[in-house]
Ligand binder design. Structure first.
Ligand code: SRM
Ligand code: SF4
Length: 539
């Protein structure tokens, strides 16, 4: 047991105290009661915290109008599910909208507590769940957004991601085994060569890797089954990364566990790692509770041994190399699928924001032209798969594609933004609208030859992942002319895909009103942007 695991009740932080008093998942049985009580009369801890165990988030910025965070395993949603979500936000008029999140997921806005029983019934009827999506639970599990479509994929991640979610949530019913972790926990599985899930920023990630015959610690017979795309005498599996996370206090890329698993063992490994984290993870200080803090305290070897104990067998050493050797793709545009005659089309959704009419229309297009399926990406965009060659030209004339382009301008294309001050009480700045306006202005004055990934995040919690961006902008407060104003710290050098690594802060405290010339200069000097017409450039 760690020091932290033996912490006395008196020294527990307020989150651990309220979890010990009543498990968050208990609110699942009280939804009817809350709906008739109303948000103002509810117990505050239930309202502000425990409701997050069923994906319902009280928003101090818009009291009475809640946010709901879904679970979308592997970022996959059907047209009928999208319609159900659209009908939920539609009833809230101007208050209702939805956001695609940086974890291939959807959040709904404007939700009134009295509607929750009906909303949960609707979710149930279309096979959707929002359970365990907030607070000290495992977040939406990300997988390759073009799993099962991409001719070059190494592994179709869909089923594994679903199995992990089913294990964690008891098939969406809620699973008390995993509802009291020391802190949030992120899991990702990469299935292609381009690391579409940002494996390196997850607490636990699986990256494709072939075990070759004769590699240390492994007995692989050349006749062992191999994946269709595997080199001969090798078996497909995953190298495991652990401990990646961002927080206001510390950001770390995940590190290799020096372990390799075959796909059949991935769910069991997730369970084992989560049990170790749940039972031994530090709980005294919320700022030091993510998995990496436990790994620091124990060392990687001890952590690995404890995981093996829970697993009931030894883990094989990591394969000598993983298969992440491509630049990251953004999936925007038209692409041939591995199924002959079919295409997937990636649509750019500006900063992930959707309104009810958009959602109905996306569902409609997916039904009319595709198979009714829609995929979400961690860049907050959508992919509509299974569009036959014969229907493609007509699909591309659909009016919705004027707003949700398949060929957006190069800065717009890679823009990502967290929620920011419009709905998030942690925010130090407004993000989404500002990000869009800034990109528009920059595109008006600059010509580019390649996309530049600009990520906005409203505070150091880093939900918008500025550390993975070419240029990351993190909200802060700064001083200008003796006044406190909204500003950003600028991050650069984030690399995704092959050899991913995190960017670092290069400049602090630029007032947002002075940001455009600073970005212009960065784009010209570092990313080959050219001025369309001469303007006065601030040196
Ligand atoms: Fe996040 C807390 C939004 C992805 C790190 N995040 C929050 C809250 C719940 C805070 C709150 O209660 O207001 C935000 C809700 C605002 C709202 O109304 O939307 C929030 N986080 C988001 C989303 C919606 C950003 C987006 O616009 O896409 C993303 C939802 C993902 C999902 O579907 O589950 C989101 N958050 C992330 C990521 C990125 C990722 O997972 O790849 C991170 C950094 C990675 C990580 O966690 O290691 C992230 N969010 C945080 C943190 C810092 C965690 C920590 O260990 O300190 C917080 C604060 C906390 O948990 O105490 C936070
Ligand atoms: Fe809110 Fe900060 Fe996360 Fe943005 S980064 S959603 S402002 S907690």
């Amino acid at each position: 047991m760690t020091d932290t695991a033996t912490t006395t009740k008196a020294s527990l932080n307020k989150f651990e105290k309220f979890k010990a008093e009543k498990d968050g998942l208990a609110v699942k049985e009280e939804i009817e009661k809350f709906a008739s009580l109303g948000w103002e009369a509810m117990d505050e801890t239930d309202r502000d915290h425990r409701l997050k165990w069923v994906g319902v988030f009280f928003r101090p910025v818009t009291p009475g109008k809640f946010m709901m965070r879904m679970r979308m395993p592997n970022g996959i949603i059907t047209s009928s599910q999208m319609q159900a979500l659209a009908s939920v936000v539609q009833r809230y008029g101007d208050d209702g909208c939805a956001d695609i999140t940086t974890r291939q997921n959807i959040q709904l806005r404007g939700i009134r507590i009295e509607d929750l029983p009906d909303i949960f019934n609707r979710f149930h009827s279309v096979g959707l769940t929002s359970v365990q999506s907030g607070m000290d639970n495992v977040r939406n599990i990300t997988g390759d957004p073009v799993a099962g479509l991409d001719a070059d994929e190494l592994y179709d991640t869909r089923e594994l991601v679903q199995q992990i979610q089913d294990m964690l949530t008891n098939k969406g019913q809620g699973n008390p085994e995993f509802t009291n972790l020391p802190r949030k926990f992120n899991i990702a599985i990469a299935g292609g060569r381009d690391n579409s899930v940002h494996a390196e920023i997850n607490d636990l990630a699986f990256v494709p890797a072939f075990k070759r015959a004769g590699e240390a610690g492994e007995e692989i017979s050349p006749s062992s089954p191999s994946s269709p795309s595997s080199p001969s005498s090798s078996i497909f599996g995953f190298n495991i990364l652990v401990g990646g996370f961002f927080s206001a206090k510390r950001c770390e890329a995940a590190i290799p566990l020096n372990a390799w698993v075959s796909p059949e063992d991935v769910v069991a490994v997730c369970r084992a790692v989560l049990e170790v984290f749940r039972d031994y993870g530090p709980r005294a200080n919320r700022q030091k509770s993510r998995l990496m803090w436990l790994i620091d305290e124990w060392g990687l070897e001890k952590f690995r041994l404890e995981v093996e104990k829970r697993l009931g067998k030894s883990l094989l050493p990591a394969a000598a190399k993983d298969e992440i050797d491509w630049q990251k793709r953004d999936h925007i545009g038209v692409y041939k699928q591995k199924q002959s005659g079919l295409n997937y089309v990636g649509l750019h959704i500006p900063v992930g924001r959707l309104y009810a009419e958009d959602m109905f229309e996306i569902a409609n297009l997916a039904e009319v032209y595709g198979s009714g399926e829609i995929r979400l990406t961690v860049e907050q965009n959508i992919v509509i798969p299974n569009i036959p060659d014969s229907r493609l030209a007509t699909f591309l004339t659909e009016p919705l594609l004027e707003r949700f382009s398949i060929d957006p301008n190069l800065l717009t294309r890679s823009l990502v933004s967290c929620t920011g001050a419009q709905f998030c009480n942690f925010a130090l700045i407004e993000t989404k609208n500002r990000a869009l306006a800034m990109i528009k202005s920059l595109e008006a004055e600059l010509g580019l030859t390649r996309p530049v990934r600009i990520h906005w995040t409203g505070c150091p919690n880093s939900c918008g992942q500025p550390q993975v961006a070419d240029i990351g902008l993190m909200g802060t407060k700064t001083r200008k002319d003796g006044k406190t104003v909204e500003g950003v710290d600028i991050y650069m050098g984030g690399k995704v895909g092959k050899d991913a690594h995190l960017g670092t802060c290069v400049v602090k405290g630029i007032p947002c009103e002075d940001l455009q010339p600073v970005l212009r200069k960065l784009l010209i000097e570092n990313f080959g942007a050219r001025l369309r017409e001469p303007v006065t450039v601030i040196s």
